[in-house]
Design a protein around this ligand. Structure first.
Ligand code: CO
Length: 643
């Protein structure tokens, strides 16, 4: 196996046993993280096919109130590291969340609050008994200095009426009730009941039978689109190493970050006919995300989930279905994870790999000769989809024949809803259906790009296009020029997007130049994207500080991996990027990591209900003097259709 191969079930089981044999864990231990240990770049680079890698796993273990980090070599059967982590709150386990929901449903005070609303949940089951009538959604409680939460691991629960198991779980918010529950002791710490709203009457279902019953028949005029590749796909997958055209990378489904790409490179043929593999990005990951709500209603105002660190995106990955999630000739990768009780399982079809036609790659009609040269563009897609409560997040990496890379997040799923009575204030929400409104919020994602443009000596430059003042050098007042500024330190590297100056950031090599003598480089082209609207000193601004800037630049440190810190649950003010960058380290001619925060401000629409049409957000990385000319010149014309 390669040092960056995905974790296997046997390895995860072995790691537990090695820790048990060493006396570190027993039946009462709980597991809040398990993923591969990523060795140093030198060690990874030194590996060659046939080598036995020293395979290690990283685990987060909780024994009672004590949290430990472990590094376990499953090759050597040794515990390399067993370190107590005082004062941290590990992410909640999926099994723990189940217990929290049951606790909430059974609580007498919660039931009394339901009874005051005329909701009788004795038995708490639907007619066929397969699912509870009351859906409980536990949310991370955040950190608002609430006394009774002090020193505890807490989830905050909100409730929805769901008469039938197949009903939309968010169509009937039971607003006004918020229940605080201790995850360890399952004590109900507090039941807030701050008002009553009418229970919506529409069921808001989106399955075929319900839509046909409630809205009307399915359309009948959609003819099939079939994607066929009669000669097979153009990529190869060896273990978790994917090679397509001149691209190469390794794919991992990390428990926390979800889809992670390692060692992204592009191989060119040198003048002597030798293949030269050129590194571009050493590691690309979603380093955190935050979904802060702008609403001040008590059932909404605490919401600002940090879904990567507080839940684990990899733990929430979907098993994908051919022809539904991905279309065409699909290759899948499975992913192994560990639940909080230590159960090891493998999710099939966790990562989808396929090719897509992508329109015109390049074209010109020469009017003198009437000759036309046109090439198709094609892209390789590596994707996964993660369900976090009401929302779906698709992580899509696209690699193109012209050397560009796009990362796109596809957002769909269901809005978090609140009750709406006639005359309610709608400053912070919009009504989406009778008796249903949905609050304004943001989805802000921070991607961590450990850049490696032709090696590990890189710098980052900001480029702004500016209009020149009229004068002797600009007699017609038409002049504008691109101005470059080196972002030489971490504090200089804290930047926002600016569409008015067509701002972009360039990551360039400090040792390799192209044939014109300029540094080889890639451009980071951000989309128009806001930073967090919550005040920087607010609980949301403090816990999600990474979202106060669109760009951060740091010297690469392997352990600085999470934009809101390694333990963002509850107590993490100022952790992650604000802490990493506090020393204002130099960021030129070094191994740099670029962190880009991007996303959407979701001022909801009626059409987002009852299920959201997919929205897209992301960014583009395009070569900027990385190649000596258009690298897609050697793409052949399409064989039949164009001639
Ligand atoms: Co949204």
């Amino acid at each position: 196996m390669h040092p960056l191969s995905m974790m296997t079930e046997a390895e995860a089981e072995a790691a537990k046993q090695i820790l048990r044999d060493a006396g570190h864990v027993d039946d009462s231990s709980r597991f809040h993280g398990c993923c591969i240990h990523e060795p140093s770049k030198d060690e990874v680079a030194a590996w060659s096919p046939g080598d036995e890698a020293d395979r290690r796993l990283e685990l987060v273990v909780r024994n009672g109130a004590d949290v430990y980090e472990a590094t376990v070599s499953v090759s050597r059967k040794e515990v390399d590291r067993w370190e107590h982590q005082p004062g941290v709150v590990p992410r909640v386990g999926l099994l723990e969340l189940g217990a929290v929901m049951e606790t909430c449903r059974a609580d007498p005070d919660f039931r009394a609050a339901l009874a005051r609303r005329g909701l009788d949940v004795e038995g708490a089951g639907s007619e066929n008994g397969s699912a509870p009538t009351i859906q409980i959604d536990p949310w991370p409680t955040g950190d608002y200095g609430i006394g009774f939460e002090e020193g505890r691991r807490v989830q905050r629960c909100i409730a929805f009426l769901r008469p039938e198991p197949t009903d939309n779980g968010y169509a009937r918010p039971i607003d006004g009730i918020v229940v605080h529950i201790d995850v360890d002791t399952l004590e109900v710490l507090h039941v807030e009941d701050f008002g009553e709203w009418p229970i919506p009457t529409e069921r808001g279902n989106y399955d075929v039978a319900s839509v046909e019953a409630d809205i009307g028949p399915m359309r009948t005029d959609l003819r099939p689109v079939e994607i066929t590749q009669p000669d097979g796909v153009s990529f190869t997958l060896d273990d978790n190493e994917l090679a397509w055209q001149k691209w190469k990378m390794r794919i991992v489904m990390d428990d926390t970050e979800g889809l992670v790409l390692h060692r992204i490179s592009y191989t060119e043929t040198g003048p002597d006919g030798q293949a030269v593999e050129r590194p571009i990005i050493d590691r690309a990951s979603l380093a955190e995300m935050i979904v802060p709500y702008g609403d001040t209603r008590a059932s909404q105002t605490f919401k600002h989930a940090l879904d990567a660190g507080e839940f684990g995106l990899g733990m929430l990955a979907n098993s994908l279905t051919l022809g539904c999630d991905c279309l065409g000739e699909i290759t899948y990768l499975d992913a192994t994870q560990m639940l909080d009780d230590g159960t090891v399982y493998t999710l099939t079809n966790a990562v989808c790999i396929h090719e897509e036609d992508f329109g015109i790659g390049w074209k010109h009609t020469d009017s003198a000769t009437e000759t036309v040269e046109v090439r198709r563009s094609r892209r390789l897609v590596v994707s996964s989809i993660h369900t976090v409560g009401n929302y779906e997040y698709g992580l899509f990496w696209y690699f193109h024949l012209d050397g560009s890379i796009r990362f796109e997040i596809k957002l769909t799923g269901i809005l978090t809803t609140r009750g709406h009575a006639d005359g309610d204030d709608l400053t912070f929400a919009r009504q989406v259906a009778p008796q249903v409104s949905a609050p304004i919020h943001q989805h802000l994602f921070c991607v961590r790009l450990d850049m490696a443009i032709d090696g590990n000596r890189n710098s980052v430059v900001e480029v702004n296009t500016e209009a020149l003042p009229p004068g002797p050098d600009n007699p017609l007042g038409t002049a504008f020029a691109a101005r470059e500024t080196v972002l030489a330190s971490e504090h200089q590297g804290m930047r926002t997007t600016n569409s008015a100056s067509s701002r972009y950031w360039r990551i360039q090599s400090d040792e390799v130049t192209n044939r014109l003598g300029n540094p080889t480089a890639y451009r980071l082209l951000a989309s128009s994207t806001a930073t967090m609207f919550a005040h920087p000193d607010s609980p949301h601004g403090q816990r999600g500080g990474f979202a106060n800037h669109n760009l951060w630049v740091t010297p690469t440190v392997g352990t600085e991996r999470y934009a809101a810190g390694a333990y963002p649950t509850q107590r993490n003010q100022g952790q992650g990027l604000p802490a990493y960058t506090a020393g204002d380290r130099a960021t030129t001619d070094t191994d740099v990591t670029v962190w880009h925060t991007f996303g959407l401000t979701h001022d909801v629409r009626v059409e987002d209900y009852p299920i959201m049409p997919t929205e897209y957000t992301g960014f583009l990385l395009v070569p900027d003097g990385f190649f000596d000319r258009n690298p897609a010149l050697d793409v052949p014309p399409s064989p039949e259709h164009c001639h």
